[in-house]
Every structure is written in structure tokens, then in C-alpha cells.
Design a binder for this molecule. Structure first.
Ligand code: UT7
Length: 325
């Protein structure tokens, strides 16, 4: 066990004001509220304003996580932003967040692992903290997915939304006679052979454009159920805890049917799952910290409980994290 525990000292999130309902969407694309709800569980999504960049969404979420932790921007030594919709091709969105928060010079970079990005970023930040290199880190999932959706393609545009979620991770010496807390284990994986199932058809070194989201929904669905459930088995094994001890499953919010199928494989009751897809839609790397913040703010998730996060997305890339909150 590490000499230093990586605890979740603060959590925050931000959703842009504009809400687009399924009914509104059905006026511009050949779909219906009934189809979207029954196939995905989505009822509405939030959309960023024209002038709002991903770093603006990230800054708001990070600010509330900092307040929740009782910390100041000057306390932060590392900022990682997980995103597939950076403000610019370079520099990283993380440096804009650093500047917008008024953080002093420190480590700041982005992680590109699509919907699994927040889990990847948590793993990296945990390594910085548990090895004593950093005391406090901001780990942010932030996306303005609306900027690269094909709004004429009903098979993708109805599924996604904009938003941001953030956690402050802090290093602490473990107290004697207390069970370990914070990040207990993480698991990461990716398989590039599956990249054609979910990708953006553009990029700086290929088309010179941003591209639009393309997805083979059925293949992604099948892999998501298999790998998300497998990733939860993997972290519980790594941390040597029984999955029956899990208090809350906080999964990536891509499809309610994926979430329920995973929960069934894991023998987790519906009452142990945080579901936000109806209100947020799929916000990629932002979906887990957004759901975490909802569960904490409404009083369901409490200090000391055992949480498991798990996600799969473009890459395909997937992963999980087991946390004693
Ligand atoms: O976060 C990244 C990870 N992403 C995911 O995990 C998403 C995984 N995939 C899914 O969630 C589901 O596959 C979808 C929600 C995307 C689609 O659900 P599905 O049950 O797999 O539907 P489908 O793609 O097989 O489409 C069924 C029918 C088709 O019509 P036909 O060929 O049966 O006549 C589609 O053309 O539904 C049609 N369809 C729609 N109809 C109304 C597809 N999109 C829509 C739509 N509105 N928006």
C-alpha cells in the first residue's frame, strides 16, 4: 500500500443554461421523444452558448470543486482536463483553465481517452499524488460535444450534451486504525482495433478539420456492457474487496440500457446506481464527475461509502476506479 492516500477532497460540476428537450429536437430531425427515451433513456441535454469554450465549462466545475474542498487556486499543483473537444488543437485546455482560475505555474495537460478520459485522468493524478510529487490536483472532465455533432444525423445527434465535472484529489497520510480511503484501485485499457466503431472523421494531421462524430452504436453497446462490467470486476479484485460491498455504482452515462445490463452482470441493485442520463444525456468525459456531484448534492452519496466509477468510449478505451469516499 502507498504511504500516501489519494482522497477526493472536493467535487463540483457545471451545466450550461440552455436545455434542449427531445421534443424540441424532434422538430429539426426525424426522431421522437418516445424513440430517444426508450432506446437511450435520454430526456434532454444541456448545450453550451456560442461564446462558451470547454475551458469555460471546466473552470466553473473546477471552481465549485475547489470551494467544496476549502482550497484556493494557489493550492493546486496539477490540472488534468479530460476532453475530446479542446479549446484549441494546442496548447492544452488545462492551461486555459489554470489561467482562468488564477492558479500559479504548475503541471497542466489534457488527456484524450474520450468517454473513459476522466478515469484515465484520475489514474494519472493518483500516481502523481501517491508518489508525493503533488499535494492537490484538479481532475476535470469537460466537453462541448455540440460543436462536433452532425445535427442532421439522428443516430448520433440525439445522444450527446455539453457539461463539466471536477474533483480535487489530495494527498494524505493514512491514519492508523482506519480503513484505507480515497482511490483504492484503478484499471485502464484500450483496443485500437475497435477505433472504427466510434470516432470523429477529422483531425489536424489528416483532414485539417475537426470532423463529426461517427458511431456504430450496436458494436459500441455490445463492447460497453462487456468491458464496463469487466472493469468493475477488475478493480474490486485489485483492491481485494467484494463487489457486494459497493455502495454506489457511478457509471458513464451513455445509455440506460447499457447501465442496467452492467448492473445485472454485477448483481448491483438499481437503488445503488446514480443515473443522470435523463437530464444530461451523454457528456463523454464529464458524465461520471457530473453524476458523482448530483449524488453527493442530493444526499445519497456519503463520506466513507464505497464508490465505483466505470466508462467505455472512443478508442475503444475503457476503465474503472474504486474509491472510498
Ligand atoms: O459514450 C460513448 C459510448 N456510446 C455508447 O455507448 C452508445 C452505444 N449505443 C447505443 O446506445 C445504441 O446502439 C443507440 C442508442 C445508439 C441505438 O440504439 P439501437 O437499439 O442499437 O438502435 P439501432 O441503431 O439498431 O436503430 C434501430 C432503428 C433503425 O431503424 P431501422 O433500420 O430498424 O428501420 C434506425 O434507423 O432506429 C432508427 N433510429 C432512429 N429512429 C428514431 C436510429 N436513430 C434514431 C432516432 N430516432 N434518433
Amino acid at each position: 500500500m502507498s504511504e500516501i492516500e489519494t482522497i477526493l477532497s472536493g467535487v463540483g460540476s457545471y451545466l450550461p443554461e440552455r436545455v434542449l428537450t427531445n421534443a424540441e429536437l424532434a422538430k429539426t430531425v426525424d426522431t421522437s421523444d418516445e424513440w430517444i427515451r426508450s432506446r437511450s433513456g435520454i430526456g434532454q441535454r444541456h448545450l453550451a452558448a456560442d461564446g462558451q469554450a470547454t475551458s469555460d465549462l471546466a473552470r466553473e466545475a473546477a471552481w465549485s470543486a475547489l470551494n467544496d474542498a476549502g482550497l484556493k487556486p494557489a493550492d493546486i499543483g496539477l490540472i488534468i482536463v479530460a476532453t475530446v473537444t479542446p479549446d484549441k488543437t494546442f496548447p492544452s485546455t488545462a492551461v486555459y483553465v489554470q489561467e482562468k482560475l488564477g492558479c500559479p505555474p504548475g503541471v497542466a495537460f489534457d488527456v484524450s481517452a474520450a468517454c473513459a478520459g476522466f478515469i484515465y485522468a484520475m489514474n494519472i493524478a493518483t500516481n502523481f499524488i501517491s508518489t508525493g510529487q503533488i499535494k492537490h490536483a484538479l481532475v476535470i472532465g469537460a466537453e462541448k460535444l455540440s460543436c462536433f455533432l452532425d445535427w442532421t444525423d439522428r443516430s448520433t445527434c440525439v445522444l450527446f450534451g455539453d457539461g463539466a465535472g471536477a474533483v480535487v484529489l489530495s494527498g494524505e497520510k493514512p491514519a492508523v486504525a482506519r480503513r484505507p480511503r480515497g482511490v483504492l484501485a484503478t484499471y485502464l485499457a484500450a483496443d485500437g482495433r475497435l477505433a472504427p466503431h466510434l470516432y470523429a472523421d477529422g483531425g489536424p494531421s489528416t483532414t485539417g478539420t475537426v470532423g463529426l462524430v461517427k458511431m456504430n452504436g450496436k458494436e459500441v453497446f455490445r463492447n460497453a456492457v462487456e468491458e464496463i462490467a469487466g472493469a468493475v470486476f477488475e478493480v474490486t479484485e485489485r483492491a481485494k474487496v467484494s463487489r457486494h460491498e459497493i455502495d454506489w455504482f457511478v457509471p458513464h452515462q451513455a445509455n440506460i440500457r447499457i447501465i442496467q445490463s452492467c448492473a445485472k452482470k454485477l448483481e448491483l441493485a438499481d437503488e445503488k446506481i446514480i443515473v443522470t442520463i435523463d437530464k444530461h444525456a451523454n457528456t463523454s468525459s464529464a458524465s461520471i464527475p457530473l453524476a458523482l456531484d448530483v449524488g453527493i448534492r442530493d444526499g445519497r452519496i456519503k463520506r466513507g461509502q464505497l464508490l465505483v466509477f466505470a466508462a467505455l468510449g472512443g478508442g475503444l478505451a475503457w476503465g474503472s476506479a474504486l474509491v472510498r469516499f
